[in-house]
Design a protein around this ligand. Structure first.
Ligand SMILES: Nc1nc2c(c(=O)[nH]1)N[C@H]1C(S)=C(S)[C@@H](COP(=O)(O)O)O[C@H]1N2
Ligand SMILES: [Mo]
Length: 544
């Protein structure tokens, strides 16, 4: 390369080194986000630009996209979203830095447009308002100031040198295409000081974020010391028989550990709601408005009930289902205290972060074990699962019933209110469909010929499971062995003795509910009211 030979050392209009400009843009976006995030503490943590945008991405993702991300990433969908958003913002920052000119502030316009979009997103959050736009606007303004200052410093560095004949003279003999930002001098120092200050601003705002994290830590500490209400023997869940699962290794346990329990919600940050701050307001079409706090709630007679919870997004054979012993209080009794007016047919429940579910009042008052739950498997609800108070309604998918971090009950009508997911293409009512699943052997397991114990589970909450059948390849349906039924509201385990012959075999399973209805073969997607179809698994049986 001899292009440097005879190349003009100083090209008029040549902009400062690209890396320095890119860095300026990155720092500007960093300052914008961190100032916005810190300012949000004064308004509402959820009004932070980053979180508000991420939250509204979650809320505005159409149902198929939600399904696709759950399929693809499982419950890693939230970190993935935050990382993706950070990458996009970092790129936007670099672009803004590269485009910014003192006379044509294109980079500033980029940040302004992003800021405006973020401000609108924040203002439109549930529970938000015009005030929620403020942190983002403030952040965007700080970001623009940062960008302009940095870019002007870089350019002044160049102009200063250009007008300095002495420096030009010393540069010429070297024949190095010196970039101004990389040559030491007062302006480079000024740039570094400015950049350093921007980093300091970002760090200070980060510390504010940590303070918010501390609030979550307080709730974790409160939970660790929380005493669950005592359950009187007559209100305890019936004992689980020892033979509730088939006596063979590797079967799915009847009760799901809290740590293993699937988690589905729209919350990017798990709400940190302390029991001492918890209130439930019951209002709308009621004779008496009621407001309950934690002590009011736990002064009542607690019950324990074992219930299988299922997500409408569960695919055929999927694992968005689990069973726990829930400690709580009958929802019907609390509703009765408020006295629903005739004509009301929906309980619209709202979580502390603005998520809503619309539950048929019928399902809450027909005698089933619909609970306002505070305990899960003898522990306070984990934060992820709705601490301190959530709903559990047997027989209904979670999206229409299982509100976590619940703080508000509005008694209303299906023809006058809509809930979070029914606004997004899911059906209004969500009774759980009959489902059955093969759990062992593992998918694509290599098996030896001879006896193979196949095992799995089946559920049809509120109807119960009366029969499970297994079909090997195109053979006849044969009855599986059913473990005892615990209740209509819990899954039922089954096993099947298969004399495996060498070759590749596909096993299908289907269940019949307590009303004699056989699970349908028809494959339907999860949207709008739950997947249907028979689960199958294929195994290779060796010939040895
Ligand atoms: N506040 C709140 N509650 C919620 C949700 C939510 O997004 N936000 N998701 C519901 C859905 S779709 C399901 S399936 C269940 C899952 O409960 P889990 O996470 O404890 O398993 O919670 C329900 N309760
Ligand atoms: Mo769900």
């Amino acid at each position: 390369m001899n292009t440097s030979k005879g190349r003009p050392v100083r090209r008029p209009g040549h902009l400062p080194a690209a890396p320095a400009r890119a860095l300026s843009g990155l720092l500007a976006v960093g300052v914008a986000l961190s100032i916005g995030h810190a300012a949000a503490v004064a308004v509402d943590t959820a009004s932070s630009p980053f979180l508000a945008v991420a939250d509204s991405v979650v809320d505005h993702a159409p149902a198929p996209v939600r399904e696709a991300t759950i399929d693809l990433l499982g419950t890693a969908d939230k970190p993935a979203l935050l990382i993706g958003l950070s990458v996009i913002l970092a790129i936007a920052g670099v672009v803004a830095g590269l485009l910014e000119r003192p006379r044509r502030p294109i980079g500033s316009v980029v940040i302004a447009v992003l800021g405006l979009a973020g401000a609108l997103a924040a203002a439109a959050r549930p529970g938000g308002g015009p005030l929620w736009a403020l942190p983002t606007l403030l952040g965007a303004a700080a970001g623009i100031v940062t960008l302009r200052l940095l870019i002007q410093t870089l350019l002044r560095g160049r102009d200063a040198k250009k007008s300095d004949p002495a420096e030009r003279a010393t540069e010429k003999p070297t024949e190095q295409p010196t970039e101004p930002a990389s040559s030491p001098g007062p302006d480079r120092r000024r740039f570094l000081i400015l950049a350093g200050s921007a980093v300091a601003v970002i760090a200070a705002a980060g510390a504010t974020g940590l303070a918010l994290g501390r609030r979550a830590a307080d709730v974790v500490a409160e939970r660790a010391g929380l005493r669950l209400p005592r359950v009187l023997p007559r209100q305890a869940a019936p004992a689980v028989p020892a033979d509730i699962v088939p006596n063979t290794p590797g079967v799915t346990p009847f009760l799901t550990d809290n740590a293993e329990f699937y988690r589905i919600d729209t919350a990017l940050r798990v709400p940190a709601l302390a029991a001492r701050d918890w209130r439930l307001r019951i209002h709308g079409m009621v004779e008496r408005e009621i407001e309950l706090d934690w002590d009011d709630l736990i002064a009542r007679e607690a019950q324990e009930r074992i219930v299988t919870l299922t997500c409408v997004s569960n695919e055929v054979g999927g694992d968005l289902v689990g069973t726990a012993a829930w400690t709580g209080f009958p929802i019907a009794d609390l509703l009765a205290e408020a006295g629903p007016l005739s004509g009301a047919d929906m309980l619209l429940s709202t979580s502390v972060d603005g998520w809503t579910a619309g539950t048929p009042i019928e399902a809450l008052t027909d005698g089933r074990d619909a609970l306002l739950a505070v305990g899960m498997n003898c522990q306070p609800l984990p934060l992820d699962h709705g601490y301190p108070v959530r709903q559990i309604v047997p027989g209904l998918y979670g999206y229409v019933s299982a509100t976590k971090w619940v703080v508000d009950w509005e008694v209303t009508r299906f023809d006058s209110a809509r809930a979070y997911w029914t606004d997004r293409g899911w059906s209004e009512k969500g009774p759980i469909r009959t489902a059955s699943r093969i759990d062992r052997p593992a998918p694509l397991a290599e098996l030896e010929p001879g006896l193979v114990v196949v095992a799995g589970t089946a559920w049809a909450q509120q109807r119960g499971i009366e029969r499970v059948e297994v079909r090997v390849d195109d053979g006849p349906w044969r009855d599986a062995r059913l473990s005892p039924a615990y209740s209509l509201d819990t899954w039922r385990m089954w096993s099947f003795d298969w004399m495996a012959e060498p070759g590749l075999h596909t096993l299908h399973v289907r269940a019949t509910d307590g009303r004699g209805e056989v699970q349908t073969e028809e494959r339907r997607p999860t949207v709008p009211d739950g997947a249907t179809g028979w689960h199958n698994r294929t195994f290779r049986v060796g010939s040895s």
